[in-house]
Design a protein around this ligand. Structure first.
Ligand SMILES: NC(=O)c1ccc[n+]([C@@H]2O[C@H](COP(=O)([O-])OP(=O)(O)OC[C@H]3O[C@@H](n4cnc5c(N)ncnc54)[C@H](OP(=O)(O)O)[C@@H]3O)[C@@H](O)[C@H]2O)c1
Length: 351
């Protein structure tokens, strides 16, 4: 089979940037999406092949993936798009990569591990900022303290770049799912209310609040550590909104209410805002006897720049034949140093 890879959702905010970066790196992805009028001109402009197909049409999807070795699936929210694409990849024998951070999607993918292994297909979600940097940091820390039982991760975006439009939509779709942490190996709903702690990302301690992030699912698979929490630094106004949303959660289990919130989705940040934004990641592990290890990563803007660099680092490795069939996590397949292959990323070990 030809070593070809296909980007689905290539006309999206992340999809187009990934297509452009792939070309800049000498790759020739097939650009795909559900709308020929959007995909065609983009592909023509980059000198690439275009394939338009709907995920709702299995026969169309089969035709589109007939000679494809790997799909980088960039169309979300994945709650709606992951299953039909995974089905198509399993039928075609193509590896499936996405950039989801949605825990219900991870659960659905993990449940297909045996099926994927039987077809020698890798199901590797979360190859974007969520979770490549944190997954790699978690494994790095586990390697420094193999007896670790607790993992705490945190990140801080410094600059004007806000969230990608797809991330805003996904966050709205995830409101009914609510919060999760990992305790004693199980995903549990934590106590209500805001949980805060101080984290030093390198410029002195700042207040960070707990959020539900992909690592509470994935880092367990990567490291075996059975207690995992993730924190983020948020502006005070956003923290107030989150507390309000928590109270109104039952209301937003109704799809029409979420649709109302979708009206507030903003376009992705400009190239200028992205260039002036940096992301800092911190992680700490602890074991039962109180020993600790901590480390930090520093890198570019998270939502698009770090995400596309991480996703394409994984694509290049998989196309070169390095893959593990079944449900996988990024650092489990590619190691703790995968993140250092993303341009502009540095790591520092703390005591
Ligand atoms: N891991 C990370 O760190 C990270 C970072 C950024 C984004 N993300 C995730 O990546 C996804 C894309 O984000 P984005 O900002 O690029 O979003 P976007 O600009 O809204 O683009 C979404 C893309 O998905 C396509 N799409 C949506 N629903 C579809 C469906 N049912 N069938 C086929 N195609 C569909 C859209 O096609 P049309 O144009 O035809 O509607 C478009 O191509 C989101 O799920 C987001 O949460 C993850």
């Amino acid at each position: 089979m030809a070593a070809s890879f296909l980007i689905y959702g290539a006309n999206g905010y992340v999809g187009e940037a990934a297509a452009r970066l792939a070309v800049a790196q000498g790759l020739k992805p097939i650009l795909a999406g559900r709308d020929a009028a959007k995909i065609g001109p983009l592909a023509a402009g980059l000198g690439l092949e275009a394939r338009a197909f709907s995920l709702a049409d299995a026969a169309d999807a089969d035709r589109a993936l007939r000679d494809v070795q790997l799909v980088l699936h960039l169309a979300g929210p994945y709650k709606y798009t992951s299953k039909p694409m995974v089905d198509a990849c399993l039928r075609a024998g193509a590896h499936y990569l996405d950039i989801t951070g949605e825990i219900p999607v991870f659960e659905a993918l993990a449940a297909r591990d045996v099926e994927a292994k039987a077809r020698k297909v890798m199901l590797l979600p979360a190859v974007g900022f969520d979770v490549v940097p944190t997954d790699c940091l978690a494994l790095h820390l586990k390697q420094r303290l193999p007896s670790a039982t607790h993992l705490t991760l945190a990140f801080h975006s410094v600059g004007r770049a806000g969230l990608p439009p797809g991330t805003q939509r996904t966050m709205i779709e995830l409101i009914p799912f609510g919060e999760r942490v990992r305790r004693d190996g199980r995903l549990v709903v934590p106590e209500r209310g805001e949980q805060a702690r101080r984290v030093d990302f390198g410029q002195g301690p700042v207040q960070a609040v707990r959020l539900t992030w992909g690592d509470v699912f994935t880092a367990f698979h990567t490291t075996g550590i059975s207690n995992i929490e993730v924190y983020v630094v948020l502006p005070a106004a956003v923290r107030r909104q989150r507390l309000l949303l928590e109270k109104l959660r039952p209301l937003f289990s109704l799809a029409p209410m979420r649709k109302l919130l979708m009206r507030g989705v903003r376009p992705g940040p400009s190239a200028e805002a992205r260039a002036k934004t940096m992301t800092h990641v911190w992680g700490e592990v602890a074991d039962a006897s109180g020993r600790k290890a901590a480390a930090r990563l520093h890198g570019p803007e998270a939502g698009l720049v770090w995400t596309t660099r991480a996703a394409l680092a994984v694509v290049r490795k998989a196309l070169a034949g390095k893959f593990s069939p079944g449900f996988q996590t990024p650092a489990r397949v590619y190691g703790a140093d995968l993140v250092l292959e993303c341009e502009g990323v540095t790591r520092e070990d703390l005591a």
